[in-house]
Design a protein around this ligand. Structure first.
Ligand SMILES: [Zn+2]
Length: 285
């Protein structure tokens, strides 16, 4: 195997599109700076609602295959070449929203054995040896079963990999500071009339909103705003983009953040707010 760059970042997400919405600017920035960026996506999002009318016939495996194509286009936009499906494409399928009978499907990610899935992810960790891992908080950011499961699997994989020889120095959860979200929604109220969306979403629609003090890290990806928007646009079955806003299939407008925020949950908590995920690892930019 050729030697990887000295800085290595691993992101763990539930569905194709989550990476671009949550971390698109971060991924584009670190890829542009020459860091090795690895994305592991746990399912192909086979149960996602499809926005474009002409694609609404797609469902199940056909939708999964289509979304894999969208993911490839998104990764091209972000400059990320290393992206994988946990256990290979189709190993785990989308669980659908909480409370639906879809969650009982034996092949869905919600039903996955956490240790087994974490073992698959630990193999990736031991191969890449990242200094930084990014995933969701224990509520998955907003309670979707696959997001909660991605959190559990990622955190368990960190333990398994540590026991097997690679202790990831820094683990982060995706966050949005409440003040940043409030300001952005106030702006959205003013801008809504000029947007192709009828209604604004609410702050509760944004995953991972917490009090400002809980946020340890802000990654300024403003220079990569266009790449993030392009990556989100690539997920056309799931997202409509009208910068600096976007909407999911519920058609509720929400802000598209190009500074992305994190909470450090493994590693020494910084005194002030960091601006680099690799700060303190000896590999800071
Ligand atoms: Zn998702």
């Amino acid at each position: 195997m050729t030697e990887l760059p000295s800085r290595r970042l691993l992101l763990v997400h539930a569905h194709p599109d989550d990476e671009s919405i949550n971390n698109g600017a971060t991924m584009a920035r670190y890829a542009a700076e020459g860091a090795h960026v690895t994305l592991v996506t746990c399912t192909l999002g086979e149960r996602g609602e499809v926005i474009p009318r002409e694609l609404r016939h797609l469902s199940g495996a056909a939708l999964g295959g289509h979304r894999l194509g969208e993911l490839k286009d998104a990764m091209r936009a972000l400059g990320v070449t290393d992206f994988r499906l946990l256990g290979g494409a189709g190993r785990y399928c989308d669980s659908g929203m909480m409370g639906l009978p879809d969650n009982d499907d034996a092949g869905c990610f919600w039903q996955a054995d956490v240790d087994q899935a974490a073992g698959l992810l630990a193999e990736v960790i031991l191969e890449i040896r990242p200094q930084v891992l990014v995933t969701y908080d224990d509520d998955g950011g907003y309670g979707h079963p696959d997001h909660i499961q991605a959190h559990r699997v990622a955190m368990r994989a960190v333990e398994l990999a540590a026991a097997a020889g690679w202790d990831i120095p820094k683990v982060y959860w995706n966050r949005v500071p409440r003040s940043v979200a409030e300001e952005a929604f106030a702006r959205l109220d003013t801008d809504l009339a000029g947007l192709p969306f009828d209604k604004a979403g609410a702050l509760d629609d944004v995953p991972g909103v917490v009090d400002d003090a809980q946020v340890t890290t802000a990654v300024d990806g403003t220079a990569h705003a266009a790449a993030k928007a392009a990556a989100m646009r690539a997920h056309a079955t799931q997202i409509t983009v009208a910068e600096p806003y976007f909407a999911l299939s519920n058609e509720l407008a929400q802000p598209l953040f190009t500074t992305e925020y994190y909470e450090l949950v493994r590693g020494e908590r910084p005194a002030g707010r960091e601006s680099d995920l690799f700060a303190g690892t000896g590999e800071a930019s």
